[in-house]
Each structure stands twice: as C-alpha cells, then as structure tokens.
Write a protein that binds this ligand. Sequence first.
Ligand SMILES: N[C@@H](CCC(=O)N[C@@H](CS)C(=O)NCC(=O)O)C(=O)O
Length: 317
Amino acid sequence: MGQLVDGEWKVGWYAPDARGAFARPKTQFRSRVGADDLAAEPGRYHLYASYACPWAHRTMIVRSLRGLTDAIGLTIVDPKMSDDGWGFGGGGETDPLFDTKLLRDLYVRAAPRYTGRVTVPILWDKKTSTIVNNESREIMRMLDAPFDGLATNKTSLAPAELRSAIDATLDAIYEPYNNGVYRAGFAGSQAAYEEACRDVFATLDRLEGVLSKQRYLCGDVFTEADVAFFTTSLRFDLVYYSHFKVNVRRLQDYPNVWGFVRDVYQMPAVKPTCELAHIKEHYYWSQTTVNPHRIVPLGPTIDYDAPHDRARFGARS
Ligand SMILES: N[C@@H](CCC(=O)N[C@@H](CS)C(=O)NCC(=O)O)C(=O)O
C-alpha cells in the first residue's frame, strides 16, 4: 500500500497521529452527477469497486437495488492490495476502459499531479475521462435521484421526507462505527485502540435498541443509512472481530442487529454483492502492518442465510 505524491507513487502505510490514532484522509474528487454539467446518461459512468471494501460495497448495493446495473458499468479490483495499491486482474477483473494494471493509473489519468490515497470506490465519467467522485456517501446519493430516469427500481433509498433522518443517522454512525472499526484496527497506541473500540460497542448497544423496535434504522423504509450500517456489520464477525480486535462482543450477540444483517444480506439484489471470500482475503492478506504473515484464517463459519424474524415489523424492503 502507498499513496501518490505529485503523481508519483510512494510506498507506505498510514502514519498514525501523535496520539497513535488513525485519521482517515479526506477524499478529493467531489463532483456530482445531476450538477456540475454531468447528466445521468446510460453507459456514461463506470464504477470501480472492491467486493472487500465496506465503502465501495455501499455503492454496489445502491447500483444493484435501484436497477442501475445496465446503465452503470462495474469493475471489481483484485482483493489482494499489494505495495502497488489496488490492481486489476488476479482475483478481480481487468480494466475494460483502458486496460490499466493499477488503480492509481486512473487517478493519474484524472489528475496527473494528484497527491493522496488511491481508494475505491471511484465513479468514472467516460465522456470527460475523469473521476467524478471517490466518496462513497456522495456516490450513494448521486445514484439515487439523478439516476431516477434510468433506474428500473424507482424506490428511492433517500426519500425526501426521511432525508434529514437519513443524513443524521449516516453522520451518527460514521465516526464511531464505520470508521471506528478502522480506528481500532489501525490504532498505534493502547489508548487510541480502547477509545475506538468503546465507540464501536456503544454504537452497537444503541442500535440494538433501535432495531428492537423497528425494522430499519430510520423506521419501516430501507434507506442509505441501512446500507452504510450493513456493509460494516457484514464484515464484523467475519474479519473485524479478530483482525481489528473489536472483540468485546460478537455482532451475533446482538439479536436484533444480527437479524437485520441477515435480513439485508438475503435481499435478492444485495446477496450477489456480498463476496465473503474477497472480504477475508483482502484484509488478512493486504494489511501486513496488522497481520505480517498474511495468514488468512479458516473460520469463522457464519450462516448469513439463516432465517430471521425481521418480517415481524411488516415493513417494506
Ligand atoms: N471516504 C472514502 C474511503 C474509501 C476507502 O478508504 N477505501 C479503502 C478500501 S476499504 C481504500 O481504497 N484504501 C486504500 C488506501 O487507503 O490506500 C469513501 O467512503 O469512499
């Protein structure tokens, strides 16, 4: 792993701050389809993603649920991220647009003097040959209303009447939970680890209460907030519990959260986006600062297909 500095690749792990805490850098491509002279046109945009990555997974789920798979292409990178960063081929796909070997080549194509991390997901515009956006939360939102005309499923994941509740929930779970598992796993000090780990479980404790009363985080309608909660939660017992040491409790020890995870996983549009083997291989193989020998554990066995009781809330899904 590494990053681009003025368009040149420098190998290196994330440097923790003075307290040993992991600070996630801000993403830099922030244009929007539906604004910025970028019209939602069929075949114009292409999503580069990893099955392993919880941020990229958000965007794949929205693409799939909204029925945008014909309108927006998708390429999956190799789950093994090496010193060269994300690449194509291997256990992933080849790059259909430029046949590049490394994801960073696309960043340099978009911005020859780019300085920053080379992350997935990216939404690429074939017309202007650049990255529109590489921030998953914004990509989720722009695959919603602006693409209404192309979506075969018209059900919004961010309906106007729930928008402020969705945004508040996305904000509330980002730092303590979605990023919290990374802050625990990438911590460079005991204090930073403990703080992050407590945040993670405080969030799970709270959301267990919410999900004991309603089917989804914002009520009886499945939204972007659920997508964001789901992609971290799917990976929790599979990887984070052991690899990132968030092991105070298993996610399966929270009956309502665990039921929610199975409910979402079993949606016909979601299940094909969940490649559990890519998830395990990516984290254990790629993050050598955390797992120097790259040993990928055999377990755990988790039955995501087990029946759940979430239909007791009788909600729309
Ligand atoms: N804020 C970004 C974060 C994306 C991100 O950090 N993706 C990870 C994979 S899970 C990545 O590509 N990391 C490579 C790196 O940081 O060098 C988003 O939500 O889209």
